[in-house]
Design a protein around this ligand. Structure first.
Ligand code: SF4
Ligand code: SF4
Length: 411
């Protein structure tokens, strides 16, 4: 799926990056340009440490990574993933559910001719929980984890992944959910994973502390950004987790991508990423990029984490109550308010993905996940109030609008 104008951008990007990577000779030659045109299958460069990048070790896994990795979730262009790897990115982050499996398939195509030790692959499996309690049903076995994961391995064309996360824990008990732990242990024993992890989108600090207490997890993928109200607590918990040897990967560093509701006022992405990475307990971050210029911008972060006075000002760190814009804090304080029991935090997160990151495939899956009827359609006005200034009523309307977009426009 290539977009108009991308070839030109692709060439510009690669030329600049290859200059920085010290392999200008290749990019500047006919062979280099053929390589760029031919796509992922023809590239097979083993990652080498780049002098100008900052590296950190992912806790007790011992994996040394550049501080910027790639969240592949929104990417649809295999050449972009290939360019990221060729530029020195090592960790690719995906999930069983992203783009209904196409994301893993695309990555599989990109990596299939590359040396297995030239990249680190992380994916995720999910298992539905009670959304009120955040708990797994106690009587359920977790065969579905294994079934999902086997499909993921097949799509990726791999015998094993480096990191397997269980998706989205937000209550302490799930960290200790025995069937899930046993599943991870089993996968490790069978050589299908190297390291065990989980992801945390809410209550991040509690989840990090629970991971330390539990002791079986090697890596935690957690939300972390300059707009979070509990960022201090998360930062402190990261310190404790890192001290215990847990590898910490940061996500959602871009905090919704826009300041304003109308999406006219973009967040300074470079500054936001620098802010998260200034915490040395963040071993790497997985910003999602969908274009070559975004990749290039993110790579430049690795050369210097200092926030310039302008960047500091851009982050509005001194403005106590900046507009919530598209960033839902996932605090759950709205949960009990909806008379129709709508899962508002999930809906708001999806809305942020669809509108903030402008990913049509995510918009598409949001609509599908909503099923045939969303109770909000029958509400004359939304009675739910967000204490963090997130405009739930407006976002609900945005989601309803998505439902009227013909499917073919979102494919
Ligand atoms: S919409 Fe508001 S109250 Fe609800 S989870 Fe998001 S930030 Fe919290
Ligand atoms: S619009 Fe109505 S149904 Fe939808 S979240 Fe608001 S109160 Fe609940």
């Amino acid at each position: 799926m290539y977009k108009k104008g991308e070839n030109m951008e692709n060439k510009k990007f690669n030329r600049r990056r290859f200059i920085k990577s010290g392999i200008m000779g290749l990019a500047g030659t006919a062979a280099g340009s053929a390589l760029l045109k031919a796509g992922p299958k023809s590239t097979n460069l083993t990652s080498v440490e780049k002098e100008n990048f900052i590296y950190r070790t992912l806790g007790k896994t011992g994996i040394k990574l550049p501080i910027v990795s790639m969240g592949v979730m929104n990417a649809e262009n295999p050449n972009l993933v290939a360019a990221a790897l060729d530029s020195g990115i090592i960790l690719l982050d995906t999930a069983h559910g992203y783009q209904k499996g196409k994301n893993e398939e695309m990555i599989g195509d990109v990596i299939k001719d590359r040396k297995r030790d030239s990249y680190v692959l992380a994916t995720k499996v999910a298992y539905s929980k009670d959304r009120k309690t955040g708990l797994y049903p106690p009587d359920k076995n977790v065969q579905s984890f294994e079934d999902e994961f086997n499909i993921s391995l097949k799509r990726l064309g791999l015998d094993y992944v480096d990191i397997l996360y269980i998706h989205s824990f937000w209550v302490r008990e799930t960290v200790f959910f025995e069937p899930a732990m046993k599943f991870l242990e089993k996968m490790k024993k069978e050589g299908k994973i190297r390291f065990k992890g989980f992801t945390a989108h809410r209550n991040e600090h509690e989840m990090l502390d629970a991971a330390v207490e539990c002791g079986i997890y090697d890596v935690v993928l957690t939300s972390y950004n300059f707009r979070q109200k509990n960022k201090k607590e998360i930062g402190e918990a990261m310190g404790r987790a890192a001290k215990a040897g847990i590898g910490i990967v940061a996500m959602k560093t871009q905090a919704g991508a826009y300041w304003d509701k109308k999406r006219q006022d973009p967040i300074n992405m470079k500054a936001a990423l620098k802010w998260a990475l200034q915490n040395e307990n963040v071993h790497t971050a997985i910003p999602g990029y969908t274009a070559f210029d975004q990749l290039e911008l993110d790579l430049t972060v690795m050369e210097d984490l200092t926030l310039t006075p302008e960047e500091k000002a851009d982050l509005r760190l001194d403005e106590g109550k900046a507009s919530a814009g598209l960033y839902c804090q996932q605090c759950g304080k709205c949960e009990e308010q909806c008379p129709s029991n709508v899962d508002i935090p999930t809906l708001m997160r999806r809305c942020m993905y669809a509108y903030g990151y402008k990913t049509l495939s995510l918009a598409h899956s949001t609509i599908e996940d909503l099923g045939s009827h969303l109770p909000c359609t029958d509400c004359s006005s939304c009675s739910v109030k967000c204490p963090n200034g997130f405009d739930i009523g407006q976002k609900v309307q945005d989601i309803i609008r998505l439902k009227t977009v013909p499917k073919e426009f979102l494919a």
